[in-house]
Structure formats: C-alpha cells, structure tokens
Design a binder for this molecule. Sequence first.
Ligand code: PLP
Length: 407
Amino acid sequence: MITLKETLMNRRSFVQTVGVGAVGALTALKADLGAQVPAPTTAPAARRAAGAAANAIRIGANENPYGPASSAIDAIARVAGGANRYPGVLIGDLMTTVAAKHEVATDMVLLSGGSGDILDAMVKAYTSKTKALVTGLPSYEQPSRGAQRLGSPVIDVPLTSELRLDTNAMAAKATGAGLVYICNPNNPTSTVVPLSEVTALIEAVVKASPTTRILVDEAYFEYADMPGFGTATPLAKKYPQVIVARTLSKIHGMAGMRVGYALAQPKTLAEIREFHSGSGLSSMSLAAANASLKDTANMEKNRTMNRAVRAFTAEAFTRAGYTVAASDANFIFVNIKRDARGFQDACRLKGVMVGRAFPPMTTWARISIGTQDEMDKAVPVFMSVLAAAPTQTASFDHLDLLPSELT
Ligand code: PLP
C-alpha cells in the first residue's frame, strides 16, 4: 500500500533547493553523454542548456519516443503539396474516421488543435465564480490552472491510498459544481479507475446535480491494461452531461502536430464551441491523424513496446527499494523519498529530463517511458543521483522550465 503521509503539504510550497555546481555538472554531462552544450552563466542557464542538448534523453513530458507512424508521415507527404488550399475535405475525413472508431455519429465529434484546448474551453464554458471545478489532487493541472485564472473555485479531492482518483469523494463534492474532471489514466500518478467506478460517479452526479458537466480525459487510454478499464464514450452517448477528451499526442506520437478531439452530444458540443477557437488543424495534421487512427498495427506496436520498457524501468526502481505506483500509462510515478525538483535538476544536468514536481506529492518523480536504449542509459543516471546526497541550489519557478515540462 502506498501512503500519502508526509506529502499533503501546501501545493504552492514550490520553492525548492537544488544545487549542483553548474560548470562541474556540465562537465559531467559532457563526460556522460558526449554532449555539446553551451557554457552556463547561471544555474537556470545550465538547466536550459542541458535540456536543449541534442542528445538529451527527453522523458519529462509523457511524449511518445518512437515518433509518428510511418503511415502518418506518408500521409503528410501526400497532402503537403496542396497546403495552399484550406483543409476543407480533410476535416470531414477525420471526423468520419473518429466517429467510426468510437461508434458515434459525426455530430458527436469536435476536432481540436490538441486536447488541451478542449479542456480550456470546457473550464470556460462550465466554471465561474459560483461554479467550481472538482478535480483530483494531484491530477493533470491544466483545468485547475484555467479555473484559477478565471477566479473559479477549485475543489481538490485527494487520491486514495493507492493513488487512484477517489471517485466516491469526487461525486460527493460535485453537487452544485460546474465541472468534474476525471483524468483516467491519471497524470501524474499513472493509475486508473475501472469503468464501473466512472459509471457510478457519472450516474450519481447526473442524479444529484444535473447541471454539472463531467469531463473524462482519456489522453493515455490506449496504454492501460487494467482489467475493467474502459472508455466513457458510451456514457457520453447516453448523458448530455458527459464529455470524453482524446489526444493524438501520446500513443500516436503526434504531440508536435497538435490533434485532439471531444466526444459528446451535439448540444453539449455547441456549448463548448462557444469557447473553442475552432479546430486549428492544418491539412498535414488532419491527414496524419486520419492515417494514424486507422493504423491499428502501429498502435499495438507502441503499446507492446511501452509495456515492456515500463516494466523494466519500474523494476529497476523497485529493486532499489523505491515504491512505484501501479502504472497504466506511458509514464511511472516513483516515490524517490526526496525533493523531486532536486532530482529533476540533477538528472537534467546529466542529460536526462524527467518530470517536474507535482504538489502536494513533491517527493515523487514522474518518469516518462522512453525507448529501451534510452532507459538503459537513464536508469544508471537515476541510481547515481539517488545514491548521492540531495543537492542544493537557488530557488526557481516555472519560468525556468521548457514549455513541454509543464505537461
Ligand atoms: N490531458 C492530459 C492528461 C495530458 O497529460 C495532456 C498532455 O500531456 C493533455 C491532456 C493535453 O494534450 P494535447 O494538448 O497535447 O492533446
């Protein structure tokens, strides 16, 4: 059993101490990986330089290390010459493919330049100063950041002792709320809740608080293996309160192409469209997404490789005495028993970029699963950082992070 003890501290206590001598650490980086990095002037500069090095191992943003499907790259090549025209017909093609894949009508599909824009639009559509967002703590922070920007209350519901969303507690807090955010699998903890629990939450909320909307974010859906896990799409067909969000950024390896979509009843999508800027998709993104969604062999290959490398990485930590949360995603969440910012910084200075700290669980590290070759190199770095005393440096904030590290 994993306990949240000692981690329930103020999520804003974000000033951390890290502190590797920048020059020494960069020398080590060069020795470790043969990197060509610019000379640092300050510790943040050293961090940026190390992160920008061409051969840095990027396992900090839950990206797919294998790249897009070759079928997607071929599709891009086929349409690129027509990029002088607006995408028109390609939008219809992708909507048809998405609808067929999820067994819904095309009027239940809203395409988006990444699913993050759908999350943002929903927070704007459904929360306000009097309509709260209900979310897990910790969970993917984009909705709660959006709500805070709007001045909407955020009700943070701590996870269970197994680091899963506490769907009963979330349902209990939902009455009168504007939006309940269910991230399943949950980022950053990598855990899932079964469809039976999501269904029970939805049915309880629909009954007790029919104006509350429920967003089920299935960004990491395809990586989950847990028996009983399943999509909430049938519930979106049944209830106007339910919206499912999906992205092509993860198993499809298309984070740089920015494609996502929402599935909901047409009336519900109309509410979201009021706050959504339109699909924002290029011909190349649309064609690549269409090809990739049809490429089930590529998806299966990705799933299989992720599963094997995830087991390898989790086992390395477990063998070394660290607790790893049960992962159903392309990342793991490890109790490193020390400040995660210091760990992130020390790893980055050795050319390995892992996830940031996720308050209140600031002694847990989120590590995305790279290729086997990358993890063969990264694991010894993790172990050498963890074998050394925790290091100290000046405090820093989000401004020091590369955009992808806010994922
Ligand atoms: N939802 C979750 C849970 C995520 O982790 C992310 C990105 O990491 C997103 C949504 C946004 O994905 P994108 O905007 O790339 O589709």
